[in-house]
Design a protein around this ligand. Structure first.
Ligand SMILES: C[S@@+](CC[C@H](N)C(=O)[O-])C[C@H]1O[C@@H](n2cnc3c(N)ncnc32)[C@H](O)[C@@H]1O
Length: 341
């Protein structure tokens, strides 16, 4: 039986719960989506990614931009509001070692986009650890497949018409979080985004994709269009592909847009929801991205040993409702500052 490293999980969760209740009260999104407790593992991976990315990119003298293709409302409600964590845009704006030159945050749902704006205003004014200023983030309300391809030209406009810098220094570079719930982000959108230098952190919904393909093949669901667009309109996907072959096909597509260096890890659901998805970090074979890939190899072991049940247990402990009460006491410092990965 695996022994979860409870202290490590609690440290990471303290960062994700800090200010979450205040932020929840600020926004007014009537329809917050509901997430399982394993979602915390995804946010821990994002935290580590932003932490390492912003350190490395600084060393390489790039000018970093953050892109959130599916930004959400700024908070993450677990189990119907039983626990609340901060959402990905707040994580990114809090963990970055130096502020991003700009954060582009795309959300289709009008109420969530509005709530995200309100929460970012609040974070900018009231949360010391959130280091982006008011003109360093923008919420773009719209369909990510229309908006993602426009990001390179938006960045160019921000920089007076240039993506590259003088003598290769200060060139623009992005970290894009592609947090698919299903197969929303079409491969062609990634290709067009990737006309600018950048790294991708992709939520690859492995079990969800298998399930959808099963439903289409059995005639319970219509149409291949969305799945095909996700896999770059590659008809191989329709020819009795296995889950592994699909994943390899997707990695091959990333290779075709010069993001051939990658590391992936699996987020496990819970006993009740034996569910899972992969997080893929994809980068170019040269430069700082390779350092991130090496770092992620060690991180993978810790994350893959955990499930949503471990997260629920530790969150209960932190609220004092679990039998594990008193094993350790919350660390005040880790509540106030994200990072330290
Ligand atoms: C998994 S949630 C995002 C969670 C967020 N990344 C976080 O970690 O806090 C996915 C979000 O994508 C939005 N969404 C779904 N389809 C979209 C699309 N085509 N374009 C833009 N946003 C979309 C949904 O409204 C939802 O808020």
């Amino acid at each position: 039986m695996h022994q979860p490293d409870r202290e490590w999980i609690q440290d990471k969760l303290s960062s994700l719960t800090a200010h979450a209740d205040e932020l929840q009260r600020v926004g007014d999104a009537a329809d917050e989506p509901n997430f399982g407790p394993w979602t915390a593992l995804k946010l821990i991976v994002l935290t580590a990614t932003v932490d390492v990315y912003t350190q490395i990119i600084h060393d390489y003298d790039f000018d970093p931009y953050y892109v959130d293709a599916m930004a959400g409302s700024g908070i993450t409600e677990l189990d119907g509001g039983r626990d609340t964590l901060i959402g990905s845009p707040i994580v990114a704006g809090t963990v970055a070692h130096e502020p991003f030159s700009k954060m582009f945050l795309i959300e289709q749902n009008e109420e969530r986009a509005e709530a995200l704006r309100d929460r970012l205003e609040f974070a900018t004014e009231e949360i010391d650890t959130f280091t982006q200023s008011r003109d360093e983030w923008v919420v773009i309300e719209g369909d990510t497949n229309e908006e993602l391809p426009s990001i390179p030209s938006r960045v160019r406009d921000e920089r007076g018409g240039y993506l590259g810098g003088q003598d290769g220094q200060d060139g623009a570079h992005h970290l894009a979080f592609i947090d698919n719930e299903r197969v929303e982000v079409e491969f062609d959108s990634l290709r067009r985004l990737s006309s600018m230098w950048g790294d991708l952190l992709i939520n690859y919904q492995e079990k969800g994709i298998n399930r959808e393909i099963g439903l289409i093949e059995s005639g319970e669901k219509d149409g291949w269009d969305e799945i095909l667009a996700f896999f770059d309109d590659d008809a191989h996907i329709q020819r009795d592909s296995t889950p592994n072959e699909r994943f390899e096909l997707y990695l091959g597509k990333l290779d075709s847009i010069n993001r051939s260096e990658y590391e992936s890890l699996t987020i496990h659901g819970s006993d009740e929801h034996p569910y899972g998805y992969k997080m893929i970090y994809a980068t170019r074979p040269t430069g700082g991205g390779s350092e991130y890939v090496e770092f992620m190899e060690t991180y993978q072991r810790k994350i893959e040993a955990l499930t949503g049940d471990d997260i629920e247990n530790v969150l209960d402990t932190m609220k004092g409702t679990s039998t594990h009460l008193g094993l350790w006491s919350p660390d005040e410092d880790s509540q106030s500052r994200l990072g330290g990965f």
